[in-house]
Design a protein around this ligand. Structure first.
Ligand SMILES: Cc1cc2nc3c(=O)[nH]c(=O)nc-3n(C[C@H](O)[C@H](O)[C@H](O)COP(=O)(O)OP(=O)(O)OC[C@H]3O[C@@H](n4cnc5c(N)ncnc54)[C@H](O)[C@@H]3O)c2cc1C
Length: 404
């Protein structure tokens, strides 16, 4: 039996959730470990998504009162500071929600007033001080065509979200992890958690590779495996379904013709898929999402999904010959909660009967919400009795490689 490694907090999973929490905790004088089964961080859901952050306009479709809406909206003003400290790419592109007819306009008006209720009025639940969030605005057809000359010419206008940014989530995850490591967090890579035992309030975490990690607090940030890991200690107080999304990338020839994220509200016949096209940080364009409920192991790219993504791109930008500029298509998974009611929400929660254990389920817009996630977890840890003393010498910019 190897000697156990002892920590105050063990984080299972080195995706955006795990590394954001690790970086937040690295500001305090405690021993923290991140346990990740791959040889680097950010290689699962964090690396296979739309790359959007600061999703203010998208927050329109988040139900007010959910953690999903709260963490996303509160994260918007935190992104520029984070990008500056950690030197990762962050580009404000803005989002355009196209208005195709009067019905779209009515739906946007309703969502628009809801967004204001959520965040922009001083007595709103997630009020964001003036200056850190630019209000959404309606633009007419002429303004729309000035902003996006190749967009569908019959659009009446758009609801414009000036806050929306694109980034490279893998770089963000690496930067957060490297900063956490430079500030004392231990990264146990190539370690897959296969068994967990609880003795009182001490957890013993066993990995397939033979490590035993003992910790007083455990944060289960294992992405699509969150239910399986929670079940190891009887801490599954939620249910998720694995939602697979297929995205398609197009080359720079197409990328240079698209400046904003262009999106339409799905109609009944579009569901469950998302109709969006956006530039990426390296000059490509990305289209999708073709969504499927399937098994976690089903990572295949289906022809039907790629055809859908090309069709969506051509619907939004009819003059651009997307089919001649395909670079690749790929799939990613998100954990979707409350599939029965259709209202997804994040889970950031301590199950009543399993002390010192926090389950994290993100799902849609989880990267966007990650700056606030770390702060939320700190609140829960303090409530659970963890004493957090600020660490002298915490350096918000320092970096140390985690994969060597
Ligand atoms: C198609 C698509 C588009 C999306 N677009 C966006 C977007 O534009 N903006 C946005 O904000 N969000 C988007 N999302 C959602 C976003 O990708 C997720 O919310 C986010 O990446 C979830 O991060 P995570 O850390 O919870 O999970 P992950 O990134 O999956 O990390 C979990 C980690 O846990 C590790 N792990 C699992 N089990 C074990 C174990 N037993 N032992 C050790 N390690 C383990 C895994 O290896 C993995 O590294 C999108 C998702 C999809 C699928």
């Amino acid at each position: 039996m190897p000697e156990p490694l002892n920590f105050d907090v063990a984080i299972i999973g080195g995706g955006i959730a795990g590394v954001s929490i690790a970086r937040e905790l690295s500001q305090y004088s405690i021993n923290v470990a991140v346990i990740e089964r791959h040889d680097d961080v950010g290689l699962e859901s964090t690396s296979t998504n739309h790359n959007l952050v600061c999703q203010g306009g998208d927050s329109l479709s988040f139900r007010p009162g959910t953690l999903h809406a709260e963490l996303n909206i509160k994260s918007i003003p935190l992104w520029p500071k984070l990008a500056d400290e950690l030197n990762f790419p962050l580009k404000k592109v803005g989002g355009l929600w196209l208005i195709r007819d009067k019905a779209d306009f009515k739906r946007y008006l309703r969502l628009y007033s809801r967004a204001f209720k959520s965040s922009l009025e001083p007595n709103a639940p997630y009020y964001i001080p003036e200056g850190s969030f630019q209000p959404l605005e309606f633009v007419n057809r002429k303004q729309l065509l000035d902003m996006e000359p190749y967009v569908m010419p019959n659009a009446l206008g758009a609801l414009y979200d000036p806050n929306l940014c694109i980034t490279d989530p893998i770089k963000v995850a690496k930067a957060l992890a490297e900063n956490a490591k430079a500030n004392g967090v231990e990264f146990l890579l190539k370690q897959e958690v296969i068994k967990i035992e609880r003795q009182g309030i001490t957890y013993s975490i066993y990995t397939r590779q033979g490590l035993i990690i003992k910790s007083t607090f455990v944060i289960n940030a294992s992405g699509i495996e969150v239910d399986r890991v929670a079940e190891m200690v009887g801490a599954r107080n939620f249910s998720i379904v694995p939602l697979k999304g297929t995205l398609t990338d197009f080359d720079e020839e197409v990328g240079k013709l698209i400046s904003h994220e262009v999106h339409v509200l799905p109609r009944m016949e579009d569901l469950p898929h998302v109709k969006a096209v956006l530039p990426n940080i390296y000059g490509f364009a990305r289209s999708g999402i073709y969504l499927e409920l399937t098994y976690k192991s089903d990572k295949a790219v289906r022809e039907e999904a790629v055809n859908h993504n090309i069709k969506v791109a051509k619907e939004l930008f009819p003059e651009i010959p997307f089919e001649r500029h395909i670079v690749k298509s790929f799939t990613g998974f998100m954990a979707y909660t409350n599939a029965d009611t259709g209202w997804h929400d994040f889970v950031v929660d301590i199950p009543d009967y399993v002390p010192n254990w926090i389950n994290i389920v993100l799902g849609p817009a989880g990267v966007s919400a990650s700056p606030m996630l770390g702060k939320k977890v700190i609140e829960l840890l303090i409530q659970s009795g963890l004493r957090l003393e600020p660490k002298k010498g915490f350096d918000p910019r320092a970096r140390r490689s985690v994969s060597s």
